[in-house]
Design a protein around this ligand. Structure first.
Ligand code: UDP
Ligand code: MG
Length: 325
């Protein structure tokens, strides 16, 4: 499970603020990220804070830069995962270690300006549980990504039973009580922004301009984006199963009409049994069935994975003050 062991919990001191950042091959951004975060935290109205950097199985110098940074900054905690688990699980690993009254989540590439912590914290302290960053402008993103993301959120909001805000990533500040609820959700396929929307309590959008990446390229390959979208849709809705039932019903009606026509033709017309129409009908119905079976399989597969109750991720090692814990 994603909870800390009792031993870990008893050792940890509760902080005013925890900052959680998943990092995958972010060697070029880390120094600048740390510089800006450090300045931001020092100016923030908090007595104690921790910055949890999660190394999601990077193959570049990310980990060694992180440990170097943690030698200089006692507020840094480095969680080194055993391999690349993907953004949502890396974030879950970081969240499981956070002990703050407020938890601030952002990406390592500086697309989400760390300095927005100040106004977001101010809003949160008026009693709002989740302040989620909503993008007014997305700099440095391709038209394809913007289009695909729009199409994805439209589909998701149609399929899902709870409203999931559009143009929102994982950049947010959340209260301890929402954080605790989130940790109690054991699902394997995690779409964290949706899970937080599902939790409820007081939530508010914070409009901001999303910068371009500070350095490097996106770590979300096309395949990862597709996986992410399927996870999001299947973990928030069983409506696709109902839609497949609808397909099946439509297919049955069509089959009935075609069958009636075939009988009519047999009795009242000159029937030369057409191979083309037969082939079309067979392919049409078999592909329809395959779609429905595939959809059902997608959900059964997820149920199967969930029943195994495997841990969500493996932390190889924790580092503090540049030292292995
Ligand atoms: N990330 C991660 N594991 C992955 C992919 C991405 O930890 O397998 C991190 C990445 O380092 C970044 C955040 O998740 O801090 C968002 O990734 P990215 O900026 O590449 O996504 P985009 O902003 O392009 O959607
Ligand atoms: Mg990014």
């Amino acid at each position: 499970m994603i909870f800390m062991s009792e031993d870990q919990q008893s050792k940890s001191i509760s902080m005013d603020l925890s900052i959680v950042i998943p990092c995958y091959n972010e060697e070029e951004s880390l120094d600048e990220l740390h510089k800006r975060l450090d300045a931001t935290c020092k100016k923030a109205d908090v007595k104690s804070y921790e910055i949890i950097l999660v190394n999601d199985g990077s193959s570049d110098k990310t980990l060694s830069i992180m440990t170097q940074l943690s030698k200089k900054d006692k507020n840094l905690i480095i969680a080194d995962l055993s391999r690349n688990h993907g953004h949502q699980l890396a974030l879950s690993a970081g969240l499981s270690l956070a002990t703050g009254e407020y938890i601030f989540v952002l990406d390592a590439d500086l697309q989400d300006p760390p300095e927005l912590l100040h106004p977001m914290l101010e809003r949160a302290r008026t009693g709002i549980d989740v302040i989620y960053g909503q993008r007014k402008i997305r700099k440095g993103e391709t038209w394809f990504k913007i289009f695909a993301s729009k199409a994805f959120y439209k589909t998701l909001s149609y399929l899902s039973d709870i409203p999931i805000p559009e143009n929102v990533g994982d950049f947010r500040l959340m209260s301890k009580r929402v954080h605790e609820k989130l940790l109690s959700m054991p699902e394997q396929h995690r779409f964290i922004r949706g899970m937080i929307a599902w939790i409820g309590f007081e939530q508010e959008a914070f409009l901001y301009e999303r910068d371009a990446r500070y350095a490097g390229v996106t770590k979300y390959s096309f395949a990862k984006l597709i996986h992410f979208s399927i996870d999001a849709i299947t973990s928030f809705s069983i409506r696709p199963l109902r839609i497949s039932l609808l397909f099946a019903l439509l297919g049955a009606i069509l089959a009935f009409l075609l069958g009636s026509y075939a009988f009519y033709g047999y009795f009242f017309k000159d029937t030369i049994s057409g191979w083309t129409s037969l082939a079309t009908i067979v392919t049409f119905f078999s592909s329809l069935q395959l779609i429905c079976i595939g959809l059902i399989g997608e959900y059964i597969g997820r149920t199967y994975i969930q029943t195994k109750e495997r841990p969500l991720y493996m932390i190889r090692r924790l580092y503090k003050n540049g030292k292995k814990q």
